[in-house]
Design a protein around this ligand. Structure first.
Ligand code: GTP
Length: 358
C-alpha cells in the first residue's frame, strides 16, 4: 500500500465561524494545520503518495502544500462542486496510480487517532476484503451510526443512529478511515454526489461484497465541534494523542514570537500562536489562541478557541467560547459555553451570560 486519499473538502459547518476563512483541516492544532498531523502519520505508516481531495476553499490547501515539504508526494484533486464523501473518493481516483488489486487508504480530514494503519492494511489484504473499515468503540453510541460485525470481523450492517436501547446492538462506530481495493473505488458512480456511509457501504453489503471491520480501541477523536477541537489540540500538546508533528510534550505550547507575561498563567495543554500575546495576570487554560491574537491583562480564557488577531479585553472571562478572527471582546465581559463570536465582531464592555450549548 503506497497511496492514500485524504478527504478535506467539507465545509466544516459545526466549527463556524472558524471555518469561514480557513477550511477545518487547515486550522492549526498544536501549532500546525491539522492536515499535517494526518499526512505525517500516513507517511510514517509507509504511504508515499497522497491525493488531497479538496472542494471548499481548495486554494488554501494548494497554497500551503506548494510552500511546504512534508517528505511525501502530495497531489491535489479539486472537485468542480462538492461531491460528498463517496463522490470525492471517486473523483480523486483519476489521480491514483494504483493497480486494480492494490490497497488504497482513505481517511477523513478531521479525525485524530492512533489507529495502526499498517495493521488495518494487513487485515484488509490477509482477509481479501473489498473494503476494510476502522471501527472505534464509543461509550455512548446514540449519536452515531453503528457498525456491527460477526465473529470473523465481517460487517453485517450499517445502522442509523439508534433511537431506543434495544437499537444499540454494538458500541462500534465508523471511525473515518478505510482501506479500499482500488477497483471498488472505480465502481462508485462518477460525477454525482455520493455518500460513502449512506450509499456505497450499504450497497456493497447488499451485493455480497466482503466488508471487514477492525476494532481499534486506541485514541480516537472527531475534531468536528469546537469542544472536540480544543480537546484534540490539548491532547496533542499534553502527549495524550499521538502525532509525529509534535516533538516535545508539556503543559502548554508557545509558538514562535508569542509573548507570555511573567505573571500570566498558561497551562492545561494550551497553545499560544505565533506573535500572539498573553498579558499580565491573564489565565489561559486548555485553550487554543491562534496567531496574533491578544489576551489582555487579567482575562481568563478556558476551553475556548480565540481566532487569528482577535482580542480578549481586560478582565473578560471566556469558557467554552469560539471567537472568530479579528473579533474584539471588550473589557469585563463574561461569555460562557456555546457562545460564538463572528469574525470582526466587536462586543462592548458588557456582561453577557449564555447557558446554551452549541
Ligand atoms: P460539518 O459540516 O461540520 O459536518 O463538517 P464536514 O464538512 O467536514 O463534514 P463531515 O465531517 O461529514 O465530513 C467527513 C470528511 O469528509 C471530512 O474530512 C470532510 O472534509 C470530507 N468531505 C465531506 N464532504 C466532502 C465533499 O463533498 N468533498 C470532499 N472532497 N470532501 C468532503
Amino acid at each position: 500500500m503506497t497511496e492514500a486519499v485524504l478527504l478535506v473538502g467539507g465545509q466544516g459547518t459545526r466549527l463556524r465561524p472558524l471555518t469561514i476563512n480557513t477550511p477545518k483541516p487547515m486550522l492549526p492544532v498544536a501549532g500546525v494545520p491539522f492536515t499535517v498531523h494526518q499526512i505525517l502519520r500516513a507517511r510514517d505508516a509507509g504511504v508515499t503518495r497522497i491525493v488531497l481531495s479538496t472542494s471548499y476553499k481548495a486554494e488554501v490547501f494548494r497554497e500551503f502544500i506548494e510552500g511546504s515539504d512534508l517528505g511525501i508526494e502530495i497531489v491535489i484533486a479539486t472537485e468542480p462542486e462538492p461531491l460528498g464523501t463517496g463522490g470525492a473518493i471517486r473523483f480523486a481516483a483519476a489521480h491514483l496510480n494504483s493497480a486494480p488489486d492494490d490497497s488504497v487508504l482513505i481517511f477523513n480530514g478531521d479525525v485524530l487517532s492512533g489507529v495502526d494503519i499498517q495493521g488495518l492494511v494487513k487485515h484488509h489484504e490477509d482477509s481479501n476484503s473489498d473494503v476494510t473499515l476502522y471501527l472505534t468503540p464509543v461509550e455512548d453510541p446514540r449519536a452515531y451510526g453503528l457498525v456491527p460485525t460477526d465473529q470473523h470481523g465481517r460487517v453485517t450492517a450499517f445502522l442509523e443512529k439508534p433511537t431506543s436501547l434495544e437499537g444499540i446492538v454494538t458500541n462500534n462506530i465508523n471511525a473515518g478511515c478505510y482501506v479500499f481495493r482500488r477497483d471498488v473505488i472505480d465502481r462508485i458512480p462518477e460525477g454525482r454526489v455520493v455518500s460513502v456511509e449512506r450509499e456505497t457501504f450499504p450497497e456493497l453489503l447488499a451485493t455480497g461484497a466482503l466488508v471487514s471491520g477492525v476494532v481499534d480501541s486506541g485514541y480516537w477523536l472527531d475534531l468536528g465541534t469546537p469542544l472536540a477541537f480544543v480537546q484534540g489540540s490539548r491532547d496533542l500538546v499534553l502527549g495524550h494523542a499521538p502525532s509525529p508533528a509534535v516533538g516535545t510534550h508539556g503543559d502548554a505550547l508557545a509558538m514562535e514570537g508569542a509573548f507570555i507575561a511573567d505573571s500570566a498563567h498558561v497551562h492545561g495543554g494550551s497553545v499560544i500562536g505565533r506573535n500572539a500575546s498573553v498579558d499580565s495576570d491573564a489565565v489561559v487554560d486548555g485553550a487554543v489562541v491562534f496567531d496574533k491574537a491578544r489576551i489582555l491583562a487579567g482575562a481568563h480564557v478556558r476551553n475556548s478557541i480565540i481566532g487569528e488577531g482577535a482580542v480578549v479585553g481586560v478582565g473578560s472571562h471566556l469558557d467554552g467560547v469560539v471567537v472568530g478572527d479579528a473579533a474584539v471582546i471588550g473589557a469585563g465581559n463574561e461569555l460562557q459555553k456555546g457562545v460564538r463570536v463572528w469574525p470582526g465582531a466587536v462586543i462592548g464592555d458588557l456582561t453577557i451570560r449564555f447557558s446554551s450549548d452549541g
